[in-house]
Design a protein around this ligand. Structure first.
Ligand code: SF4
Ligand code: SF4
Length: 331
């Protein structure tokens, strides 16, 4: 053992299966929020060969900066993590996308990268961090509706996941801590902290100077995050940000005025107004045609809607009810 590190091993001497086991044993999950087990992504189905690894360094949600900081401070570890992933899935090329508002991270990663890693600066665009959008932006491959990145020969990993994989594989380090952004207008000392999984978020908010006038706490980013009522919950593996706000916009929802703005901004070309109408009237048979299940809940439509329609909430509700019906049907 070196400096408290559980082990010290050379990843290039390990087989892909040994690497997958090391990642599974360490409990590594997607650190961008999805918390999908990383070991499963590293072992794609045999009939879906992977020739490209896409790395998400976009971090397009406002306020969140954990990946930005990691790229500046841990660029070499991240590159090692990417090389481990390339070896494990048998791909020759990785594409790392970083938005143009992080030129310092772009420079750091470009300096650290090896020939197999193509570091690209992408224009600022929300929701560029969504898997299908990012794959297209970096490789020009389109993932069809209801298909996965595997289906076009790609796996996607986030910056924090690459960092965690590096430590799991070379140091047997389990996922017992993560980086979290603490920010928002109710926070006097915003910070990116490395904290143990399980830390009560109230302690972190106090540490960063939360205002007593706080009206809302959000886990994740302001566009896709979830508001919580009680800060006495623990940090979990997929939690990239904790935001606290004093000033809240007033939302008074009204009827749809058919302005079409939701259609203009939807990255999938969904007609959110029609989708919402179908959901409200319980027209389940229309969901597939209207691409309700493809909606990534990015919130762009709700953000621009002048009538403040609860478009994302309706989609979430529709998906939840459909999943519940499917479960009941199984019994
Ligand atoms: S949340 Fe709205 S804008 Fe985003 S994918 Fe769904 S329908 Fe489109
Ligand atoms: S943006 Fe809002 S008001 Fe305009 S069409 Fe879409 S749902 Fe209706």
């Amino acid at each position: 053992m070196a400096d408290g590190i559980p082990c010290n091993r050379e990843w290039f001497d390990m087989s892909p299966d040994q690497i997958v086991s090391a990642v599974a044993d360490a409990g590594i999950v997607g650190m961008g929020g999805a918390a999908f087990p990383a070991s499963i992504k590293l072992k794609p189905p045999k009939d879906k060969p992977i020739d490209a690894v896409v790395i998400n360094g976009v971090e397009c949600e406002p306020y969140l900066t954990v990946d930005h900081r990691l790229m500046i401070e841990k660029s070499e570890d991240i590159v090692e993590g990417i090389r481990i992933i390339l070896k494990t899935v048998g791909a020759k090329k990785a594409f790392l996308g970083i938005e143009a508002n992080k030129p310092d991270a772009f420079e750091k990663m470009k300096m650290a990268a090896c020939a197999e890693i193509d570091v690209q600066m992408l224009k600022i665009k929300y929701p560029q961090g969504a898997e299908k959008q990012l794959i297209y932006a970096l490789t020009k491959r389109e993932v069809p509706p209801r298909k996965l990145p595997f289906d076009v020969g790609v796996i996607v990993q986030n910056i924090g996941t690459c960092w965690a994989i590096k430590h799991a594989v070379t140091e047997c380090m389990p996922l017992i801590e993560r980086t979290v952004t603490i920010s928002g207008d109710a926070i006097s000392k915003p910070a990116n902290l490395i904290v143990p999984i399980g830390t009560p978020i109230g302690i972190l908010l106090e540490h960063c100077g939360i205002s007593p006038k706080t009206k809302k706490i959000i886990l994740g980013g302001p566009m896709m995050g979830i508001a919580i009522a009680d800060p006495n919950i623990p940090v979990v593996k997929g939690m990239s940000g904790i935001l606290a706000f004093e000033k809240l916009p007033k939302f008074l929802s009204g009827p749809c005025i058919r302005c079409g703005r939701c259609l203009d901004v939807c990255p999938l070309g969904n007609i959110a107004s029609t989708m919402a109408q179908a959901i409200e009237s319980g027209a389940i048979t229309e969901y597939d045609k209207l691409k309700v299940f493809d909606c990534m809940e990015c919130g762009s439509c709700a953000f621009v809607c002048p009538a403040k329609r609860p478009l994302v909430q309706l989609v979430k509700q529709a998906k939840y009810e459909a999943a519940r019906k499917k479960e009941l049907h199984k019994k």
